[in-house]
Write a protein that binds this ligand. Sequence first.
Ligand code: CA
Length: 228
Amino acid sequence: MVQVHILVVEDEPKMARLLHRGLTERGDIVEVAPTGETAVALAMTGEFDVVLLDVTLPGMDGFEVCRRLRAAKVWAPVLMLTARSAVEDRIRGLDAGADDYLPKPFSLAELLARIRALVRRGPVVRPTLVTIGDLTLDPATRRVWRGEREIALSSKEFTLLEMFMRRPDQVFTRDRLLAHVWDIAYESRSNVVDVYVRYLREKIDRPFGRRTLETVRGVGYRLRDSSR
Ligand code: CA
């Protein structure tokens, strides 16, 4: 049997011991990190085949650990372990770059099966960066930069910007943006799109003296690709 190198990120000693015992019994090499900070430092070495990541950790949580690993181009498969089973948390985990998700309590047999599946598949390099001029967006880590400067966006702002950046110069109607970003058909008199476009401009354009996010009168909005 192939020996698998596993990083277990778990702050509860009892759970950590349980996982350590269950996995080493199978002949795998297991290292335990009790905090997110330790986990990131260890995983950066790139020597792990898979990372079991608890979401609820003191200090840096599992989502942030995952985001940092992907930002550092560590592509080892990440299996998130958590007591939370809400769909929103699952989506958050996947958005942060996790590969799979297992709600606690779980059976060791299921955990092992998931680990084997992830190891078989191997590391997956996430989609590359989306770039428009000097504006860069990373879909895996949900981070955005103008030049060297990172821009903090809310989740909705990010989704809206990603839509614009994936189709530069294309004009989007308010209805289309509403349906995609807010996932609901607001009444068309709602000005939520206009409000968020304003927020985005205040973050990606105005501080840099740009006007790339344009209003197309009577139609909607578009993101100008000035590099073309
Ligand atoms: Ca925990």
